[in-house]
Design a protein around this ligand. Sequence first.
Ligand code: 13P
Ligand code: ZN
Length: 271
Amino acid sequence: MKDILTAPFLKEVCKILDNMYRMGWDERNGGNLSYILKEEEVAEYLDLNQVIRVIPTIFDASALAGKIFIVTGTGKYFRNVMDAPATNLGIVRVGKDGKNLDLLWGYDDGGRPTSELPAHFRTHISRLENDPEHRVVIHTHATNVIAMTFVHSLEERAFTRTLWQMCTECMVVFPDGVGVLPWMLCGNDEIGIATAEKMKEFRLVVWAQHGIFGTGRDIDEAFGLIETVEKAAEIYIKVMHMPILQSITDEELKILADAFGVTPRAGYLNV
Ligand code: 13P
Ligand code: ZN
């Protein structure tokens, strides 16, 4: 059996969490990540019959039965993951009945998965229905995205259009736009259900006054979506209190979409 600390998926997770901490988005225990691992890649490092303990889930995750995830621990700091992965991360397999998780590795100090597990797992279910290759959900407290939710309409079309207008690349990266939820209590199944409902049509969902969820087939895709939205939100926050002399027009957004072969969400452009 190979040493799990050398597993590419583990190194990748440590690296992205450390990076997000350094972006200033994940203060204290802010943010969480879950990533579907392939059974064969995990089997190189762990005995899949060796269950360390069983962790109950607060909702029925049977749609994910048998799937193996690496998940950040609740209350854990992204800043600390690189130095102590086995304390701050866990590898879990969803039980057959969807009511329990088999802990295969990690949460060494008796920890458990993120409090946002319902939002993560329900999002995985929604995204897998859209794309069988989907694997990653990242939640982070991206600073300018949060700031924007204080001063901009939360209406999805308006929010998306403003982001698209802030940088030329936005249309190319997220032509499907961003879903937006109003402020809600976090860490429970209700926000998980609301997030997953949005995730049926979006790959990105903003939680007003809280942060953002991004998804993708790999960590690069999920992180890339989030950093592109965050960059656009940063520009919005920098320019919003100054007179705007020129912007990207709807005609230009359409030219961009055509040139890059992407389809803007229907009805979002006035052309
Ligand atoms: P956890 O520490 O439970 O992952 O919670 C952090 C967070 O960002 C809550 O939304
Ligand atoms: Zn959060």
